[in-house]
Ligand binder design. Sequence first.
Ligand code: 9YT
Length: 133
Amino acid sequence: MIVKNLDEVIGSEDHVKGETWESRRIILKDAGMGFSVHDTIIYEGTESMFWYKYHQEAVYCIEGEGEIEDLGTGKIHPIKPGTLYALVGHEKHLLRATKGNMRMVCVFNPPCTGKETHDEEGAYALPKEEANL
Ligand code: 9YT
């Protein structure tokens, strides 16, 4: 059994920060679970482009509000606490936090190793100044 608290991840090497987000990676591949679990914060007023070419991801919002734009279809879906989106088709997407920081619990299959760089992970963030809000 693994029992961990977010407090143990904050400030550790599994606490990673980007321009528009930060992520606390609670469970990674080395745990042997077949998925990874992340507690991610998307900063208010930002827009981030993510594309997980090699992973499927489910994301459950627990704080803040915003929206996700599917760059394949152009469809925009609102996000608030209790909303889950699942990228079953590796959809390239834009994530915008419009009301407060959005706090998202994310699960990846296959699990992230924690060694991914943005490019390998297919995640690219637009700088805050270019956020279209
Ligand atoms: C919202 C979202 O896609 N978060 C993913 C976690 C992040 N890419 C990480 O842990 O690096």
